[in-house]
Design a protein around this ligand. Structure first.
Ligand code: T68
Length: 830
């Protein structure tokens, strides 16, 4: 479908020009207002101006996107495909302005046109197609893949509803739908011409070919169409623009004529409509597997469409199948896309006619699997019966994969029946279940955890047997990272500017280790003063957000801002934090007016969503709000303590919150938080951390120095024996925590009865998350924080040194490690 040579000169004459001046920007802006939006200068509000601005930027991105794809096709090197059921992208406009370095020009231009850029940026709804860390990691990774000029695509689902919007009503979380596509979305390109049929249900036909070789053929029973939406992903300071392709489900245009002719028109149309429900809504659970049929349908739909696309691209190159793994690397973001392993094996064996072993070697060399959790309730399992109905041929293939795997294990460890049943992909439970993590390990050439401690833990706990079988080299670590473009330059422009003034350029945004040079200024009093001023300004910005969202006034911007924002989960222990706040409150109440003067003023800030069906997490939200209500209205407390719950925590709010912390909390029970990434965001923005020895906190400590972090609590190696001891020897909560619980029970924070379950799980039901065991140590660490904060100069010095040594936590570094150690892929310019 390419244009004949004789016409190409004409094309080239009119090749699209990118805007590169105020004139050319304004020209394009007005054209988009008048044509794309069909409006005029008499009828252009901020939303329209946001859209015309975005359309203009988008034109530039698409121009570069096209060239990038041509260049990558011409070079024909190995590509990476990042499969993720979640991409928590947030807003696109500001990020595109920063990455393409057009922000100043665009600010001046929209000013000319009668608008304020900051206001236009706020008009964009977040693309919130993810739950938390896992989805945001995928978003940081596609930014780094583009910035590092890797030939890479992201593949996911274009949900019509992202993570729900959270309202707080009477202190309770109330979920409302996030219909983010209400207005035209300038950041997506609908590829309606791409229509991939995806089948479900049906049955398998077993036949033999002319040579007597067995053949299997899946006849699907229900068909939907996958259509593509492309999101251009611009790299920083490069013309490289990669593609994020998200799939949307459509009904087939074929009609059920049997039903139609039998007079059942209504039902035959309704069946078609059901197709759209597949990509309607993101499942709102973080670190939890709910096992719903529609979720499995989402997974297969997305994975089958993506593989179809990848194989079509591969076939264009006319290479033999033996070269597939020189061309394609696929990374599985958690087990959610594990069915891709089975689907590729099915395509190669059933449709392409490859022998099983050859197909299986292609499959295993193609995939890499990233694990994000050790929590048992989060490990995916699917009932065999469900697979039998929904994907009958895939079930057969899983049985065969498992059979061949168990045969090799049997050879290696003869007569160890226990081992065979432990590592079998099929769990012989009632009902029988398929263990997706085991399938992912067996079908991949590398398995990685997301922080050092976590990667060690998976080798010694949940995947121990597989280390014995495959050897330790199959298991590796890639510590998570975050993109400094969004999380420093975009979120904290003042700090970025101050840093640039000392480093002499913005090169640190591509090589974050250059921040190291800031160490030289940790004692420079002028620099220290400016550094502190930036923090104060960012706190003022957050005070404004809090006032707008909650109507709570923060009277004292000098107070210590202590922040915990992340999904609400018992393992993340927001309950420990709020109990600490209550303890502080009780101390203030007990103190005389004279003694009260010695308390350091503090603002305790929370934010985060609970899964809609997670009762305990919802109770924690209610408790935080009830405590806030009491404390904020107690005249004895005054400015000494304020408690805030910021509703609807999301990416765009995180951009305001992360730069404003003095202290942030990363206090999971040791061994439960695989990595954490907000810890990295807060450190990079000059906040100090209070945390447990868990996830990436360990490496943060190593990088920034233990004198710059407030660690506390039991170590992960002791957690199991403590739990065991709780169960068999009983346990006693510390006095300090008993006092806190008594205050709750005495209705000091609304009806104490309401929080009974929360209290009882700690007091009587084993205290699984070790809140009691870590409480005193937590209070001690908080005392050290108070002490430390009094010495402003020392505190700011810690802040500067932390930022200077946080370069390791760039997602650019993480992506380079994946590229070299797992994908064997090179940047396009090497
Ligand atoms: C997070 N996992 C980890 N899961 O909890 C966090 N789960 O420690 C880590 O830093 C981050 O991944 C990135 O590696 C999640 O966010 C989910 O959101 C999730 C979603 C669906 C099902 C299970």
């Amino acid at each position: 479908s390419s244009i004949p040579l004789k016409s190409r000169e004409t094309w080239k004459k009119f090749a699209v020009q990118k805007f590169d001046s105020k004139d050319s920007f304004e020209n394009s802006f007005v054209r988009h207002v008048e044509t794309t939006l069909a409006r005029s200068l008499y009828n252009c509000d901020e939303l329209a101006a946001y859209q015309a601005t975005s359309e203009t930027i988008r034109d530039n991105l698409i121009t570069d996107w096209n060239k990038t794809q041509q260049k990558q096709t011409a070079k024909d090197q190995k590509r990476v495909y990042y499969f993720s059921l979640e991409f928590l992208m947030g807003r696109a406009l500001d990020n595109a302005l920063i990455n393409t370095k057009t922000r100043d020009l665009v600010r001046d231009s929209v000013d000319d046109l009668g608008f304020n850029l900051e206001d236009l940026i706020q008009k964009e709804p977040d693309a919130a197609l993810g739950n938390g860390g896992l989805g945001r990691l995928a978003a940081c990774f596609v930014d780094s893949l583009s910035s590092g000029e890797y030939p890479a695509w992201g593949y996911g689902i274009r949900y019509q509803y992202g993570i729900f919007a959270q309202k707080i009503i009477d202190g309770y979380q109330v979920e409302t739908p996030d219909y983010w596509l209400k207005f035209n979305n300038p950041w997506e390109i609908a590829r309606n011409e791409i229509q991939i049929p995806i089948d479900f249900y049906g049955y398998v036909e077993h036949t033999k070919n002319d040579n007597g070789v067995k053949k299997s053929n899946w006849i699907g029973g229900e068909r939907v169409i996958a259509t593509a939406f492309d999101f251009p992903v611009p790299g920083y300071d490069t013309k490289n623009v990669n593609n994020l392709r998200l799939w949307s489900a459509q009904p087939t245009t074929e009609f059920d004529f049997a039903k139609f002719n039998s007079g059942d028109y209504q039902n035959s149309v309704q069946d078609q409509q059901r197709a759209e429900t597949i990509t309607a809504v993101l499942y709102p659970n973080d670190n939890f597997d709910s096992g719903k049929e529609l979720r499995l349908k989402q997974q297969y739909f997305w994975v089958a469409a993506s593989l179809h696309d990848i194989i079509r691209r591969f076939k264009k190159s006319k290479r033999p199948w033996s070269e597939f793994t020189d061309q394609v690397a696929i990374q599985l973001n958690d087990t959610h896309p594990t069915i891709a392993i089975v689907e590729l094996q099915r395509i190669l064996v059933d449709l392409e006619g490859l022998p099983w072993d050859q197909a299986w070697s292609i499959v295993t060399n193609t995939f890499g699997y990233t694990n994000h959790t050790v929590l048992p309730e989060a490990l995916e399992k699917w009932p065999v019966e469900l697979f039998q109905r929904l994907l009958p041929r895939h079930l057969e293939i899983i049985y065969d994969i498992n059979l061949f795997f168990l045969q090799t294990v049997e050879k290696q460890f003869p007569k160890d029946r226990e081992l065979l049943s432990r590592v079998s992909v099929i769990e012989e439970s009632q009902p029988r279940q398929i263990r997706m993590a085991y399938l992912a390990i067996i079908g991949s050439h590398k398995v990685n955890g997301v922080a050092e401690l976590h990667s060690e833990l998976i080798k010694t706990t949940i995947f121990k047997d597989f280390v014995k079988i495959y050897g330790v080299s199959k298991f590796t670590n890639v510590t998570n990272g975050i993109t400094p473009r969004r999380w420093l330059k975009q979120a904290n422009p003042e700090l970025a500017e101050l840093i640039e003034s000392k480093l002499g350029s913005d090169a640190y945004l591509k090589d974050l280790t250059l921040l190291k040079k800031l160490e030289e200024y940790a004692d420079d009093s002028d620099f220290v003063k400016k550094w502190a001023q930036v923090k104060t300004n960012n706190k003022a910005r957050l005070i404004g957000l809090i006032k707008r969202l909650t109507n709570i006034e923060i009277p004292n911007p000098e107070a210590l801002f202590d922040i915990q924002v992340k999904r609400i989960h018992e393992y993340k222990r927001q309950q420990l934090n709020i109990f600490g706040v209550i303890h502080r409150y009780l101390q203030i109440k007990k103190a005389s007016p004279e003694e009260r003067k010695s308390f350091a003023p503090k603002v305790s800030i929370f934010g985060g969503k609970s899964a809609p069906g997670y009762y305990a997490a919802k109770l924690i939200i209610k408790l935080i709000n009830s405590v806030a209500e009491t404390i904020n209205n107690d005249p004895d407390v005054g400015d000494l303590l304020k408690v805030v719950f910021i509703p609807d925590y999301n990416v765009s709010k995180a951009e305001i919150i992360a730069p404003a912390s003095d202290l942030s909390e990363h206090i999971s029970t040791a061994g439960t938080e695989a990595s954490g990434t907000s810890n990295m965001k807060f450190v990079l923005n000059g906040g100090l951390i209070i945390g447990t020895v868990d996830g990436a906190n360990v490496e943060i400590t190593r990088e920034i120095g233990e004198e710059n972090i407030f660690l506390f609590g039991n170590l992960s190696e002791n957690v199991e024996e403590i739990r065991y001891s709780h169960r068999y020897n009983g346990y006693q909560l510390p006095e300090s925590l008993e006092e806190v619980i008594s205050a709750i029970e005495a209705n000091k924070f609304g009806d104490g009865n309401e929080f009974r379950q929360l209290v009882e799980s700690i007091k009587y039901h084993g205290d699984h998350y070790l809140v009691g065991d870590d409480f005193e140590s937590y209070l001690k660490a908080q005392e050290l924080v108070d002490e430390s904060f009094k010495d402003t100069k020392e505190w700011v010095k810690k802040s500067i040194l932390s930022v200077a040594n946080s370069g390791f936590f760039s997602s650019d570094r993480a992506i380079n490690e994946y590229a070299e150690g797992i994908w064997n892929v090179e940047s396009i310019n090497t």
